[in-house]
Design a protein around this ligand. Sequence first.
Ligand SMILES: *Cc1c(COP(=O)(O)O)cnc(C)c1O
Length: 408
Amino acid sequence: MTSKQLPPNLHPDTLAVRTAVERSQYGEHGEALYLTSSFVQPDAETAARRFAGEEDGYTYTRVGNPTVSSMELRLAALEGTEAAIATSSGMAAILLLGMGLLRTGDHIICSHSVFGSTIRLFSGEFAKFGIETSYVSQTDVAAWKAALRPNTKLLFAETPTNPLTDVCDIQALADVAHAAGALLAVDNCFCSPALQQPKRFGADFIIHSGTKYLDGQGRVMAGAICCDQRWVDEVFLPITRTAGMVLAPFNAWVVLKGMETLGIRMQAQSERALAVALWLEAHPKVARVYYPGLASHPQHELAMRQQSASGRGLGGAVLSFDVVGADAAAQRANAFAVIDAAQVSSITTNLGDTKTTISHPASTSHGRLSEAQRQAAGIGQGLIRLAVGLEHVDDLTTDLARGLDLLN
Ligand SMILES: *Cc1c(COP(=O)(O)O)cnc(C)c1O
């Protein structure tokens, strides 16, 4: 296989379509899909050297696959990290992170508003192996510092959060982690590298669910950790080649092609989300809008500074809003009425799609929390989350007006 040598200092839009284009002897222009579980060896001696790790060369897809390698190289180029390692899903990436970094007796500090399955993985599964997790407020740097223990190995944050779009100061958390000899992982699923590159602010590991914006069209599951090469070679690859949570070549190919349009999608979807957020803010039946691109957002300036990988601050494509209602029951009924009146947006909790999705966090993604936990997280019964896609803004606001205009 040959790959063209690219000149240095290319822009992300160029890297997204030009990085890791490996061509076979046929010179195909589109990236090939190597849908194979194993690779034929030229002779027994070469096979022996490759299996011993003494010579580069593909042997078996659990150990390595050219399509998966291309996807990893392209994602690393976009995140600005030395390397990336792909996994079967976003959760598999977080599992891999924990398996690689943690031992019995270690301690994690995590924002209490991260993805629900992340909390279940840490508190349910990792706890079985004697790893403890403390949860703190996303935005309270002093709380992260106060939660440090001598055995703290990992700080884990996600920014902006789901569904309330709280933004944490990545550099401040990296400083807290590093001063204590710990490491910082940032789940960059909501922004993608098109908006935010956590490495620039000191994060050691960037977690992706490729299922979301990297694919971008809701087709496949995928995940990755972006980090320094030595972590991949010495820590993560020995685990994936043995434990097997690797990305399937077909899914890698879909994500590889999805990343080509990541920049323009994130730009267009962020612009639509801002327009919808401004429209919602002016609507009398909307009590509050949560969106980092709004001047009213408590961390608006931080978000615009951190989410400026595109050259200008963008708020991302996920927003939430509270509908009016005299009490929790009325708010829930009103939220359900708005969701059920939508004829364009899909009722689903997924995000990162070109199709707009609408959901009620309190009864779906956050439905398993107790009422007290939900209140602590600020997720009320009137809260609706919208993950804005590529439809025309007027069709999206008309869709919301269908329900909102009926509320009393
Ligand atoms: C979806 C999601 C994940 C998990 O990714 P999967 O690909 O579904 O396993 C992790 N973090 C965030 C922020 C997510 O939205």
